[in-house]
Ligand binder design. Structure first.
Ligand code: NAP
Length: 322
């Protein structure tokens, strides 16, 4: 293979997991303020398979061909002019460019240096690649948006997934009383992560089991059993619903107003400084990272099929280089 080419997962059209295929593409070159990162592992997120199928960020990426993926962990290979905070050989992780195309399902990625942070020293690349998008979502929702504080009651729906398992741990770290929804087999693990109460969503409607909640971090959305709308019922007056999967419909906004509670849409943003703070919590042993399964880059389609089944405990990760 020529040194200026690399392997990447490319899709030529929208569709099922089978549209993902490996192709040789030109290796990117870092512009001033950017770094070239050799990708060791790439995290998988629901937005990846949504975009693959024509929803998610497809409207921003435009028509295929394109390469999916935003989460990377790897090693800086080269720095562009002006970069002073990173150098060749540094181990970094990040969620660059989101929601623009980042081409993370590939052997190399270029992005602004400050959209990366140093990888948590206690994690290998697979576990580090599981962190950025899911943990930044949880951090920006729990810390920056809801300003969760000690003693508050926080409900996290889909707590066993990628975002949820970080949201439980961040809220717990801030001293909140965390209530988590998940299927029963996940309950002992979620309690280890810091959930004070767990609700089996397959047998119990959470609005029958909890009340007086300050903040709902909803990771399920109204598409499934009207979860966002139902969560308005558990909020105390003035409480906040962070509606993460699909934003806030006019109906949901109206229902929130009628109920005397607040609701906000949410979209995660690249944030190297937050990734540095998150790495600190991970290296201090305060936050654990769960990887359910890894797949080689060539099997990105199989990884998507597994993720789309909707039962992942923690994260799925693509392995790219040793
Ligand atoms: N707006 C944003 O910036 C943003 C950022 C990140 C993610 N998101 C969205 O947020 C959602 C969650 O993302 P994710 O990465 O955490 O997904 P994920 O890892 O694929 O979530 C899988 C988990 O969902 C749980 N689950 C499924 N249905 C459930 C239900 N009805 N009640 C409770 N738990 C349920 C499953 O638990 P069991 O195995 O126990 O069934 C499984 O552990 C996705 O829609 C994603 O697109 C949005």
């Amino acid at each position: 293979m020529s040194a200026d080419m690399m392997r990447a997962v490319v899709q030529d059209g929208f569709g099922g997991p089978e549209v993902l295929r490996i192709q040789q593409v030109p290796r990117p070159v870092p512009l001033p303020t950017e770094v070239l990162v050799r990708v060791h592992a790439a995290g998988i997120n629901p937005v990846d398979w949504k975009t693959r199928g024509g929803t998610g960020m497809a409207g921003l990426l435009g028509e295929p061909p394109f390469t999916l993926g935003w989460d990377v962990s790897g090693v800086v290979e080269e720095v562009g002019f002006g970069v002073t905070t990173l150098k060749a050989g540094d181990e970094v992780y990040g969620m660059p460019w989101f929601p623009r195309v980042a081409n993370a399902y590939a052997e190399y990625v270029t992005a602004p240096a400050r959209q990366f942070a140093r990888k948590p020293a206690t994690l290998d690349h697979v576990h580090a690649a599981a962190v950025p998008l899911a943990a930044l979502t949880a951090w920006q929702a729990v810390v920056d948006t809801a300003h969760v504080g000690a003693g508050q009651r926080v409900l996290v729906t889909a707590a066993a997934g990628g975002v949820g398992h970080f949201a439980v741990q961040f809220a717990r770290h801030l001293g909140a009383h965390v209530i988590a929804t998940a299927s029963a087999p996940r309950h002992p693990w979620l309690k280890e992560l810091g959930a004070a109460e767990v609700i089996d969503y397959t047998t119990t409607r959470f609005e029958d089991a909890v009340a007086d909640v300050d903040v709902v971090i909803d990771l399920v959305g109204d598409a499934h059993d009207r979860t966002s709308t139902r969560s308005l019922e558990v909020l105390r007056p003035g409480g906040l619903l962070v509606a993460i999967p699909a934003g806030v419909s006019p109906e949901l906004a109206q229902a929130a107003e009628a109920a005397g509670v607040r609701v906000t849409p949410f979209l995660v943003e690249p944030d190297g400084a937050a990734l540095t703070a998150i790495a600190g919590l991970i290296d201090a042993g305060e936050v654990a990272v769960e990887v359910a399964e890894t797949f080689p880059l060539e099997r990105a389609g199989a990884a998507h099929a597994r993720g789309e089944a909707g039962r992942t405990r923690g994260k799925l990760v693509l392995t790219v280089a040793d």
